[in-house]
Design a protein around this ligand. Structure first.
Ligand SMILES: [Zn+2]
Length: 351
């Protein structure tokens, strides 16, 4: 029995005796008003590991704390094929403290195992084998994938103190066996890139297989992985604008260690500010997104999204730039969900 169910059962006799209707006491659907949004944006930051650009990792995290915007961090559980990240107590303590202090900002996703390619001949669609596509998981036998996921997750959770429900495959490729292994391990979200899901699964948007929700990313800040050159700011803004206009989910990935100059860090701040200037944007972690989507509190409509916050939004990793129809619904209404978000002391909503 969940804590909530137990509490409700404990309440029933007392209220029944007092002649009070339960519906007047417990939260009703009316108190959790839904509102319309144009798009949902997820920021995902890959490759966290100790001793690799630690200062940049802290700077990126601080930007998201300062902006109040949720960030899904994806650490690699094992370094150099033999050193679990739990060996570095300072690193794990930082991640743990940060999560405890800002559960409304951070979440941790499992980023592979060693993050080294097991194959560079991974099958990517009808074209057959593509020699260019490295994969750490795709192509490996199921049992091996499953034990890597189990062990990787154990290390990550021991390090961060947070439960992990999502997986980010290194280099992007993965296969059906990966998804089955994730499902067996209770990891219900996989986040790759849409260039890969397009060729392997024939999908670029959200889809589900074996009960696992695939949430592919759209773009990284880096345009060229040889030189680590960044996209023009206008390129990323246009990509976001397109998702915004089409009412699609947009996932922006970043690799913290590529933000090697103040100028690059400013580009990140400036992209976040650009998004914040648009009405009707929800920014969420991957898990906050998947939970809401599965519970049908977040529903994709013809031209955007309808979102209803959960009963208990104390630690909700969601930032809203303001619902689209906020003014027509009356922001003075005490039951407006945005007010409840504000009263929870979590967000300042730009009006
Ligand atoms: Zn990576």
């Amino acid at each position: 029995m969940s804590v909530r169910t137990a509490a409700m059962r404990a309440l029933i006799p007392a209220f029944a005796l007092a002649g009070v209707s339960l519906s007047t006491v417990l939260p009703t659907d009316d108190e959790r008003e839904s509102a319309d949004y144009q798009t949902v944006l997820i920021f995902r930051n890959d490759d966290l590991e100790p001793g690799h650009a630690d200062e940049l990792r802290r700077e990126i995290d601080q930007i998201f704390i300062d902006e109040g915007v949720p960030l899904t961090n994806a650490p690699i559980p094992i370094q150099n094929e033999e050193e679990p990240i739990t060996d570095d107590e300072e690193f794990c303590e930082e991640l743990r403290e940060q999560y405890e202090e800002h559960p409304d900002i951070f979440e941790y996703s499992l980023h592979g195992y060693y993050h080294t390619p097991s194959t560079d001949q991974f099958y990517v669609g009808d074209g057959g084998f593509s020699s260019g596509e490295q994969s750490e998981f795709g192509g490996l036998p199921y049992d091996q994938q499953r034990s890597r996921i189990e062990e990787g997750r154990r290390i990550l959770e021991e390090c961060t103190g947070a439960t992990t429900h999502s997986f980010v495959p290194p280099f992007a490729p993965y296969d059906d066996a990966t998804v089955q292994a994730l499902a067996e391990e209770g990891i219900t979200i996989v986040s790759s890139d849409n260039w890969f899901t397009r060729v392997y699964f024939g999908e670029t948007d959200l889809f589900e297989t074996y009960g696992v929700l695939h949430v592919p990313a759209n773009n990284d800040f880096v345009s060229d992985w040889e030189t680590h050159e960044f996209h023009d700011q206008s390129y990323l803004r246009e990509a976001f604008d397109e998702a915004y206009e089409n009412g699609e989910l947009y996932m922006q990935t970043l690799h913290y260690w590529t933000f090697t100059s103040d100028e690059r860090l400013d580009e990140l701040r400036s992209f976040i500010d650009y998004v914040k200037d648009q009405d009707g944007v929800l920014m969420m972690t991957i898990e906050a997104f998947a939970d809401a989507y599965r519970e049908e509190r977040l529903v994709q409509t013809n031209d955007g999204w309808t979102y209803t916050p959960p009963d208990d939004d104390d630690e909700l990793a969601v930032y809203s730039t303001g619902a689209l129809d906020e003014s027509s619904e009356g922001s003075d209404d005490e039951t407006n969900w945005l007010d409840s978000v504000i009263s929870a002391g979590r967000r300042i909503v730009d009006q």
